[in-house]
Design a binder for this molecule. Structure first.
Ligand SMILES: [Zn+2]
Ligand SMILES: [Zn+2]
Ligand SMILES: [Zn+2]
Length: 152
């Protein structure tokens, strides 16, 4: 991304108007007079690409504003705070999520649906292990029975 600099050559993307710099604000004046745009509006709409203006927090889809003609890193102070903590990955569906959607950071799932899936998966596993134990017990009984019958 080429960030906007008032000291560089200015070339209007709307009409091709050229001026060597914008230090005295002549380019800004041109935008205002000819296109009825503020410099910031012009930069946001025509100068920067959509990806230049994406909030740098991984999970945020918002666009950022400008500070002195340069895109800010984050769309909000909330995002700059959130970006300090890494997003979590859902153990069920693999989607990334954070504490804005799930308040408990210890949670392993992105949503209630996934939490349910995880819970039922755990129950299934527990059932499986229980069944195995039961089977073993059952099997033991059979063995002792057959042993007894053999004795007889
Ligand atoms: Zn122009
Ligand atoms: Zn953001
Ligand atoms: Zn999930």
């Amino acid at each position: 991304m080429k960030t906007y600099d008032a000291k560089n050559n200015q070339s209007c993307k709307l009409c091709g108007y050229k001026i060597s710099h914008n230090k005295q604000g002549w380019f800004t004046l041109h935008l205002k007079n000819d296109h009825n745009l503020s410099l910031e509006e012009y930069l946001l709409r025509y100068y920067y690409l959509p990806e230049d203006l994406k909030c740098s927090y991984e999970l945020c889809q918002n666009t950022v504003g400008l500070y002195r003609g340069k895109p800010k890193k984050h769309c909000s102070s909330k995002c700059s705070g959130l970006s300090k903590g890494k997003p979590l990955t859902c153990v069920i569906c693999g989607i990334k999520f954070d504490t804005t959607t799930r308040s408990n950071r210890a949670t392993k799932t992105c949503s209630k649906t996934c939490a349910k899936t995880l819970k039922s998966a755990k129950i299934k596993e527990w059932h499986k292990s229980m069944n195995l134990e039961e089977k073993e017990k059952h099997f033991e009984k059979i063995i002792t029975k057959t042993a007894r019958t053999k004795k007889k």
